[in-house]
Design a protein around this ligand. Structure first.
Ligand SMILES: *Cc1c(COP(=O)(O)O)cnc(C)c1O
Length: 420
């Protein structure tokens, strides 16, 4: 029986789990655990699905760096011709260090500092996604001081109805992101009049892990209405950025395929000249990665059995933070009877769990893989409990590229000083 995994390049043979051509047991032996492992073929295929669906119309897929900002991952997307959506000067530095093209970078976020604006203007990024009137004024002033003109898009908040689409988290009037739809016209007039700015486009990003394309279509319809009103006033936009947000399968979710998700948007845009920008994060990397961990101890209990593993909430925060579900698979299943386990880490917090109530046939020392961990995994990791962060590897066929060495403890306090 062939097992179906949400990670498309994962398979099982007599040596256990294999990502592309590499056995996870070999990876653990050579690099230790916990370790994030990403599949180059899986992330390339995810990007190509966007590129193929958009073929024939002006479009740019800007990978949302915050989902996974490892230089190896960024360089893979740069080679594929991706643009990048960044939310900090630090992410811009990473994109450039990975060989990304600044002319394909859009800069999102509500709190851009003057230093970040200067850094991005120096690099020559494609566009600033501006989220407030105050940011317009600051950006214009900074650009003027530098003798430059900053290309901008306003991130509008389309206030898509949460009753019909309850999973939307960022496109509502009540949250901190974007400018209210009713104010957008006034703000565009102001931007057009500011000497340090050039109005280039419009953007929105309505939420994450969307399992239905309908709210994005609804948002796009509103955005297009605004684009047409602006054109009537002589403010002509070059691009429309519809953000990221397409969901992935973690367990039994059924998100639309990329082509299916984009089809209604593409028909809405048919015959229009504006370039379409997208900012997918999770859907490009989420199912291209897994977290490999080893069982330290089994603690059978009266009410619950615990499997204490060497990964913890500092490595993968999503279960503790959002009660997120990641599939947990034995790397080499045993013939022994299975029982339900709580998968927990060594951190001194009751909230330090990776999974609840999973039926596993395991013994101490066995390896487990936490699937669908390519997005918002390592990117949200920390050094809580002075735990060095995991290694990161990229598998390419039979080859393994060390994308980030495991941290050493001394690195963690290298910048600290005891009192004299
Ligand atoms: C987080 C974010 C994205 C990516 O979202 P995903 O759900 O990972 O696709 C894109 N654009 C902006 C502005 C974001 O904040």
């Amino acid at each position: 029986m062939k097992q179906e995994f949400p990670v498309p390049t994962l398979s099982r043979d007599e040596r256990g789990l294999r990502l592309e051509g590499v056995a996870l047991a070999d990876i653990a032996a050579a690099h230790g655990t916990p370790t994030y492992v990403y599949s180059l073929a899986a992330l390339s295929a995810a990007f190509e699905a966007y590129r193929d669906a958009l073929a024939g119309r002006p479009a740019l897929v800007c990978y949302a760096v915050k989902a996974n900002s490892n230089l190896g991952v960024l360089s893979a997307f740069a080679r594929l011709g991706a643009g990048f959506d960044i939310v900090s000067g630090g992410e811009l530095a990473r994109v450039l260090a990975a060989g990304g093209n600044a002319a394909r970078v859009v800069f999102s976020g509500v709190g851009k500092s003057e230093a970040e604006m200067r850094q991005a203007l120096d690099a020559g990024i494609r566009c600033f996604n501006v989220e407030s009137a105050a940011e317009l004024d600051r950006l214009s002033a900074v650009a003027q001081q530098m003798g430059k003109v900053a290309p901008i898009a306003l991130r509008v908040n389309p206030d898509v109805d949460p009753k019909t689409h309850p999973y939307i988290s960022t496109g509502l009037r009540s949250n901190k992101f974007g400018v209210a739809f009713d104010e957008a016209l006034t703000l565009y007039r102001r931007a057009a009049a500011l000497p340090g700015l050039r109005v280039a486009g419009i953007g929105c990003h309505i939420g994450s892990q969307l399992l239905d394309g309908a709210p994005v279509v609804e948002a796009a319809e509103k955005v297009l209405g605004l684009v047409d009103r602006l054109a009537a006033e002589g403010i002509v936009l070059e691009h429309i950025d519809l953000g990221g947000g397409l969901g992935i399968r973690y367990r039994d979710e059924n998100p639309p395929a990329v082509a299916e998700y984009l089809a209604p948007l593409l028909s809405l845009l048919e015959g229009r000249r504006e370039e379409l920008l997208l900012e997918p994060g999770r859907s490009l990397v989420g199912n291209a990665g897994l977290l490999l961990t080893r069982i330290e101890y089994l603690k059978p209990g009266v009410e619950k059995n615990f499997a204490v593993v060497d990964a913890a909430m500092n490595d993968l925060a999503r279960p503790a933070l959002y009660d997120a579900w990641h599939d947990v698979v034995e790397v080499a299943p045993r013939a022994a009877a299975s029982r339900p386990y709580e998968i927990v880490g060594p951190i001194c917090e009751s909230g330090d769990f990776l999974a609840h109530d999973r039926e596993l046939a395991v013994e101490p020392g066995d390896l487990l893989a936490l699937l669908s961990a390519g997005a918002y995994g390592m990117a949200m990791s920390s050094n809580y409990n002075t735990r060095p962060r995991a290694a990161e590897l990229i598998v390419d066929g039979e080859r393994v590229h060390l994308a980030r060495a495991r941290e050493a403890v001394e690195q963690l306090y290298a910048g600290e000083r005891p009192l004299d």
